[in-house]
Design a protein around this ligand. Structure first.
Ligand code: SAM
Length: 241
């Protein structure tokens, strides 16, 4: 017997370049009865770019609990609902886990329409071993906690990936430089956008290169693991400004 429930679709959206969305994602967003968005105004740009007319409803960290109840009721009467965050893959340092968890528990079909993710894009562009990696999410804003997190990342054998704000990246690079000056890092900035850049080098050289610069844009910091393959051992200059 066919399920009377609708489907919950978790849809990845661009992290900068509006063309980075799959045909399947566009079709899903067009055909859903409703699209739950982290920020309805923000997703308006994507909707206009791809001529998506579906009704939107907000679902963010401040209304997640009440919205979940409402959306689960709609799903239970057969409505198909898509969920998108502001950018990239929902749930990855974004809201949505509660909705997916509760939908799964109620036997509602959950599908994922994969696509961009800043953490994975930075990892792919970093060129460090990525057969295994650790994702640390956002580094803490408090220096003591951030130092602990960075030390944890430095102790790992595997590559680690972290989100960092442009206001704190200089301080974070200095912390890394004081903890492990030779460790290889990549700062991935403005991925998929006009000013995309990958800055590569040791913690010390990158800390110097970012010193007293007004850094703008979105940033992913990739830290190489303590175990490095032989092909990473040759010296490697910092990308010039
Ligand atoms: N779920 C999203 C994803 O899959 O990409 C990540 C959401 S998290 C709230 C936002 C953080 O991701 C930003 O603060 C930044 O660290 C990183 N980020 C998002 N877009 C980026 C981009 N285009 N370039 C570099 N980092 C980006």
């Amino acid at each position: 017997m066919e399920s009377p429930h609708g489907t919950l679709s978790i849809v990845s959206t661009p992290i900068g370049n509006l063309a980075d969305i799959s045909q399947r994602a566009i079709q899903c967003l067009k055909e859903a009865h409703l699209v739950a968005c982290e920020d309805t105004r923000h997703s308006g740009t994507l909707f206009r770019a791809h001529d998506i007319q579906t009704r939107r409803l907000s679902l963010h960290q401040h209304n997640e609990a009440s919205r979940c109840i409402q959306l689960l009721e709609m799903l239970s009467i057969g409505k198909n609902i898509a969920y998108i965050s502001d950018a990239g893959t929902p749930l990855v340092s974004d809201p949505g886990a509660r909705l997916v968890h509760l939908a799964g528990k109620r036997g509602i079909e959950v599908e994922v329409i994969p696509g961009p993710c800043a953490a994975i894009s930075a990892l792919a562009g970093a060129g460090f071993p990525a057969d295994r990696f650790y994702f640390g999410g956002f580094l803490s804003t408090k220096k003591t906690a951030r130092t602990r997190e960075l030390q944890h990342a430095l102790d790992l054998e595997v590559t680690s990936v972290h989100f960092e704000s442009p206001h704190r990246i200089e301080s974070t690079l200095h912390l890394l430089s004081s903890l492990s000056p030779d460790r290889q890092l990549v700062v991935a900035r403005e991925l998929t956008k006009k000013f995309e850049e990958f800055r590569r080098g040791s913690a010390q050289t990158l800390a110097e290169s970012f010193q007293q610069k007004r850094i703008k844009g979105e940033i992913v910091l990739v830290i190489s693991g303590s175990r490095i393959p032989s092909w990473m051992k040759s010296p490697h200059p910092v990308t010039p400004d």
